[in-house]
Design a protein around this ligand. Structure first.
Ligand code: NIG
Length: 421
């Protein structure tokens, strides 16, 4: 089955090393008028507009100068939780009345409220609500989504979440990358308290997760009232010995020294970074560890944003992601994260697009996507716009003219598609 997309403005992102840093992150390698031929699941050819021909029986999509770009990649979400958006609205009312996020967590709410709800849920209900959320993301142009566990905490509930994420990934026409967020909070209710809980995660839960999901990325939330630097490092050392890559939530509210340790441990990424001092961002920028910025969190919680501009200027490998979750970032919209990346993180629209496509694809080890060139998986987003900067400019608007996943038109069902004679 072939699909020819004709006369598009193609944001190829085809030039440069992966991940893109510095000036390379600002170069989208745009072809002003080009055709893209998709055969099966892959891009077969890219050529000047009006020159490529689809083999008989294929379909044609007339882009008419609209922007064709790699589908968006969301590399940090907590999109698997029990229930819908109303799940923690009482907590939001408390926040609006001035109660800080960490205080709500310390009082047994926040992440712990989601933990209680997940423990009461079935795999099937978690799978179904995640699958619905993923389809909402797809309609906005996101086809590759990282989804963390972390609202289970106990061995049983973490495995339940990972099972739900795996099952949702099987029905999602895009790609789901699961992450085992084993250190998301401290379960004080465990016999032996927080200390025994941490030991249990490292001794038992990690082993069970390893047996069922070898090589899955392991994550933790390093913060006052959550996991300490030392406990994160113990978890990560044990995980790395078993062959798992690691990522860490660090410096969201307090810079505790985790960033330096994460860089030394060759973590895949340090995520959040709202409270990171500039010299630490420079250290991260010089390393192979990605910096993942989550501006929806600042918009929703407290108007604090990471200094992504300083990180980018220091040559860092950056990503922007939604952080979609029912507490700190209630949105699965990558276009919103991109729009905030420009307005609140200080990125240019071009950098924000690079940080939402090729860079997160590289972080997630999805090397077959994030650029438009022959041989790449045909995960494509046709924008309604004729200038890619409009993706960052227009907020809360519909951007997707068509979303194509592995060569198949996924949204909307038949967007301007013409069967060939
Ligand atoms: O990345 N900060 C830790 N974890 C999530 C929030 C999870 C929640 O509040 O449910 C985050 O912001």
């Amino acid at each position: 089955v072939s699909l020819l997309i004709r006369h598009a403005r193609v944001v190829t992102l085809a030039q440069g090393r992966r991940p893109r840093r510095g000036a390379e992150a600002r170069n989208l390698s745009v072809l002003d008028d080009a055709d893209v031929l998709v055969e099966g699941e892959q891009i077969a050819a890219v050529g000047p507009g009006g020159t490529l021909k689809a083999p008989g029986g294929g379909s044609v999509l007339h882009a008419e100068g609209r922007v064709l770009m790699p589908a968006l990649v969301d590399c940090h979400t907590h999109a698997c939780w029990a229930g819908d958006w109303s799940h923690r609205l009482d907590e939001w009312s408390q926040k609006l009345a001035g109660k800080p996020y960490l205080e709500i967590l310390a009082g047994g709410g926040g992440i712990m409220a989601s933990v209680q709800a997940v423990r009461r849920s079935t795999v099937e209900s978690l799978r179904d609500s995640l699958a619905e959320r993923l389809m909402g993301m797809l309609r906005q142009g996101t086809l590759s989504v990282e989804v963390k566990s972390g609202y289970g905490l106990s061995e049983r509930a973490e495995l339940k979440m990972l099972e739900a994420i795996e099952q949702a990934g099987r029905v999602f026409p895009g790609t789901v990358r699961a992450t085992a967020l084993l250190g998301h909070a401290l379960d004080e209710g465990e016999p032996g308290g927080a200390e025994e809980f941490v030991n249990g995660v490292i001794r038992r839960t990690l082993g069970s997760v390893h047996a069922r999901y070898p090589g899955i990325c392991v994550d933790a939330f390093c913060e006052r009232g959550a996991w300490s630097v030392e406990d994160c490092c113990r978890l990560f050392e044990a995980a790395q010995q078993l062959g798992h890559p690691v990522r860490v939530h660090a410096d969201q509210f307090n810079a505790l020294g985790m960033l330096e340790r994460a860089v030394k441990m060759c973590a895949d990424s340090v995520d959040h970074l709202e409270a990171t001092p500039t010299q630490d961002l420079a250290r991260l920028a010089r390393s192979d560890t990605f910096g993942v910025f989550l501006p929806v969190c600042g918009l929703h919680l407290d108007n604090r944003y990471g200094h992504a501009r300083a990180f980018a200027d220091a040559g860092g490998a950056g990503c922007v992601a939604t952080n979609c979750n029912p507490g700190s970032a209630p949105s699965g919209s990558m276009p919103l994260a991109i729009a905030l990346g420009v307005r609140k993180l200080g990125l240019s629209p071009e950098e924000a697009i690079t940080w939402a496509t090729v860079n997160p694809a590289t972080l997630l080890r999805l090397h077959d996507r994030g650029t438009i060139q022959p041989g790449q998986r045909a995960d494509l987003l046709l924008l309604k716009h004729r200038d890619e900067r409009a993706l960052a400019f227009a907020m809360g608007e519909e951007h997707s003219e068509a979303v194509i996943g592995a060569g198949r038109l996924l949204h909307p069902p038949r967007a301007g598609l013409h069967a060939r004679a």
